[in-house]
Ligand binder design. Structure first.
Ligand code: DCT
Ligand code: MG
Length: 522
């Protein structure tokens, strides 16, 4: 960051310009001041003296009072291309008694006011961004600029109120494409950048708003600039029309189809799901068969009310197996999302060991009730206590079940089977006569069985978001010299596992301020 000019320096004008300034200053007295309560000062820094003089003259012609030097009487400071931090430092140095009361505004306020011929109301976009440099902005007094924003999502509050969707949507698509290409570096870079933008308490409307933000590389900045200028990113536009990207996106949208299979099908010339399904020599796994069979349902978002209904059904069955078992809704819904692609639950028993056999029993009961469309139980793989995984994306070792549940639509409020619902035709019957409206929806569910001692760690990991969890592990390794995964936290210096009963305790072990689940939407 450039150092700030010392007090007074901004007012010093080179000799050759004095003549011009004198002319402009005299123009000041020539014009009637129409807005008595407003005294403006325009900052020369980064703007240049000629532009400053031009703007001062313009404003005076429009009836604004513009002072040459910053004084106690100034009410509005206008600046261009300066960050809040820089300007604030400079104002502090002026030792003005009323510094807190002065409105420090972006040039956009000036331009709008000149256009309107009067001082316009100050909107959010006119302010220099106070919070952008804050570590956790809500912890700080509103007017004090602080250290830079953290590179780790676990040190930023990220709610669902994403004010920069236009940028993050584009960057997410580019990140996804790099993930498809297995280009880890660019994938991580774009994912981190989009996560930073999601945490900002303001909408980016100028490149100056990016000053001081971490994780934004030149390529990302260029994309943001392009979107600011054109409203779209050309790379994203061409990617969305790209045959390979479209095929990968489409094929991996089938439950059970990973990138390898998607690329194989693409290489064989397939472009649509109909072509794949009709291919005679393709063999599908049990998972993929279910994926094709319930494709429409699985690819339509799960609503919160549906997640709650699913939770009720499973919890009832779990309690029939172990009455005091505890089931917790986690994943995106725990972070406050209204829709998701699946529903994630953790199941634990206070009495260690009581969870043994629970998953198999519960799944059998669901099956007997005709509620299971698909399931796959994965057994626990961690036998003795191992060190946590050092990989930020590592899978955990818990026993779990990936399933598709048949949810009766009547169980969900406001959900009446619609006429547009898929019609099931009975074999051999006349389509008009023997069609039945499908009154259920297939819902993807993950059930994870967790021993009580590891519950807080599992809850933290499964609550996500994925980027939050990744950054939390990266922070733990880099900043705390510890290792964290969904099973526990290991202190490498003391060579001990740190116990925790709650998520709050884990944050405390890591010297982090506690963030609520809805603040982890990184
Ligand atoms: N997770 C994990 N280990 C896995 C799978 C997931 O720790 N093997 C974490 C990452 C986020 C969280 O669990 C939930 O995963 P998803 O359901 O994929 O994400 P989500 O945030 O719930 O998003 P969505 O709303 O799309 O389901
Ligand atoms: Mg989920």
């Amino acid at each position: 960051m450039n150092s700030i000019e010392k007090p007074g320096v901004m007012g010093i004008i080179p000799k050759r310009k004095r003549q011009k300034v004198a002319e402009l200053c005299s123009s000041y007295s020539k014009h009637e001041v129409r807005f008595q309560d407003l005294i403006m000062f325009i900052v020369e820094r980064k703007m240049g003296s000629s532009r400053r003089m031009f703007l001062m003259d313009l404003a005076r012609k429009k009836g604004f009072r513009v002072d040459d030097v910053l004084s106690d009487s100034v009410t509005h400071i206008v600046t261009e291309n300066n960050s809040w931090n820089e300007i604030w430092d400079w104002i502090q140095n002026q030792k003005l008694p009323n510094a807190d009361k002065i409105k420090v505004l972006d040039i956009s306020w000036f331009t709008d006011s000149m256009g309107a011929g009067k001082p316009v109301d100050i909107e959010e976009r006119h302010r220099l961004q106070v919070q952008k440099a804050c570590l956790l902005q809500s912890d700080l007094p509103s007017a004090s600029p602080v250290a830079t924003i953290s590179q780790y999502a676990c040190q930023r509050r990220t709610t669902l109120n994403n004010r920069n969707k236009i940028f993050t949507d584009a960057l997410d698509i580019l990140a996804e494409n790099h993930e498809f290409n297995e280009s880890v570096g660019p994938y991580v870079a774009f994912s981190r950048a989009t996560s930073v933008l999601k945490s900002l308490p303001y909408a980016i409307s100028s490149m100056t708003h990016l000053e001081g933000l971490p994780c934004l590389r030149d390529q990302t900045r260029a994309i943001i600039e392009e979107i600011l200028e054109d409203g779209v990113c050309s790379k994203v536009e061409s990617l969305l029309c790209d045959e390979r990207y479209k095929a990968r996106k489409l094929f991996t949208s089938v439950f059970g189809v990973g990138l390898k299979t998607a690329d194989k099908w693409y290489g064989q010339g397939f472009r649509t799901l109909e072509e794949v399904k009709a291919a005679k020599d393709l063999k599908f796994t049990k998972m993929q068969k279910a994926g094709f069979l319930y494709y429409e349902d699985i690819n339509s978002a799960v609503r919160k009310a549906e997640a709650d209904a699913v939770g009720q059904i499973i919890e009832d069955i779990v309690h029939k197996c172990v009455p005091d078992a505890i089931m917790t809704l986690t994943g995106g819904f725990r972070r406050g999302k209204e829709i998701g692609h699946d529903v994630d639950f953790l199941i634990t028993c206070l009495e260690e060991g009581k969870e043994e056999g629970l998953l198999h029993k519960a799944i059998s009961k669901l099956d007997r009730q005709g509620l299971l469309l698909y399931f796959d139980i994965v057994e626990a793989t961690l036998e003795k206590r191992e060190l946590p995984s050092r990989k930020y994306d590592a899978m955990d070792h818990f026993q779990k079940c990936f399933l598709m549940l048949k949810l009766n639509k009547a169980l969900v409020d406001n959900s009446v089977p619609s006429m547009s619902a898929v019609r099931l035709t009975t074999k051999g019957a006349e389509p008009e006569e023997k069609t039945k409206i499908k009154d259920w929806k297939a819902i993807r569910v993950d059930l994870v069985i967790v021993p009580a001692q590891q519950y807080a760690y599992a809850l933290l990991g499964w609550s996500g978001s994925r980027q939050f969890a990744r950054d939390l592990r990266r922070y733990t390794t880099r900043e705390k010299k510890m290792i964290l995964d969904n099973h526990g936290l290991y202190d490498e210096k003391k060579k001990v596992f740190l116990k925790a009963k709650t998520e709050e305790e884990i944050f405390a072990h890591l010297d982090l301020k506690y963030l609520e689940p809805w603040e982890r939407n990184a």
